[in-house]
Design a protein around this ligand. Structure first.
Ligand SMILES: C[S@@+](CC[C@H](N)C(=O)[O-])C[C@H]1O[C@@H](n2cnc3c(N)ncnc32)[C@H](O)[C@@H]1O
Length: 177
């Protein structure tokens, strides 16, 4: 009986985790300047990267004067992100959160960056609608937010691969949800 219960618990936990699990595929460095320009990152911004990997995107935002929040579920990656930020001299501008982006309050974000998957963006959409302030920008790479209308879309090529940057604005993009 105990073993069966444990089995179900494990299965439930796994399926909950898999519903938002995303592998680590870093944003290509040559895209960073385009992402910063599209998001209009500046010194007044609070830039969240949901699933920040090795921190490269939030570090770039911090170098442009923003304050950053780097949220990452994998311990080895959040440690790498901290080391990278220290090496780049911006660690004091970034808050590092080792945990799930589903548990992080987004109400002070002016920009949210997500390089996730369409189904994960869809799962996060109600959270973005609840927590983001009007005018907050949301930038996604390669994967749309289903039900939101982007205010800007641009394509770039890294080698032969097409990359798509989507820009959404809270209060504009979500009116069509
Ligand atoms: C495609 S990678 C993007 C990494 C980084 N944002 C970048 O663009 O270089 C997605 C990241 O999300 C992380 N991740 C997956 N599920 C997560 C969760 N629930 N909470 C926080 N991070 C998560 C993965 O570990 C991975 O590092």
């Amino acid at each position: 009986m105990f073993r069966a219960t444990l089995g179900w618990l494990t299965l439930l936990q796994l399926s909950r985790y898999e519903s938002y699990d995303v592998p680590w595929v870093p944003t290509r460095k040559e895209l960073l300047k385009h992402i910063m320009r599209v998001a209009k990152v500046g010194p007044n911004d609070i830039f969240y990267d949901l699933g920040c990997g090795d921190g490269r995107v939030v570090i770039e935002a911090a170098k442009r004067g923003a304050r950053g929040v780097c949220v990452e579920i994998r311990e080895e990656l959040i440690k790498t992100a901290m080391e990278n930020a220290r090496r780049e001299g911006v660690a004091d501008r970034i808050r590092f959160i080792h945990g799930s982006f589903t548990d992080v309050d987004l109400s002070d974000a002016t920009i949210v960056y997500m390089y996730l998957l369409t189904r994960v963006n869809k799962m996060l959409r109600p959270k973005l609608e609840r927590e983001l302030r009007l005018g907050a920008r949301v930038v996604t790479l390669d994967f749309e937010i289903p039900g939101w209308r982007p205010v800007h879309v641009e394509k770039h090529y890294t080698g032969s691969l097409e990359r798509i940057i989507y820009l959404y604005v809270k209060g504009v993009s979500d009116l069509h949800a």
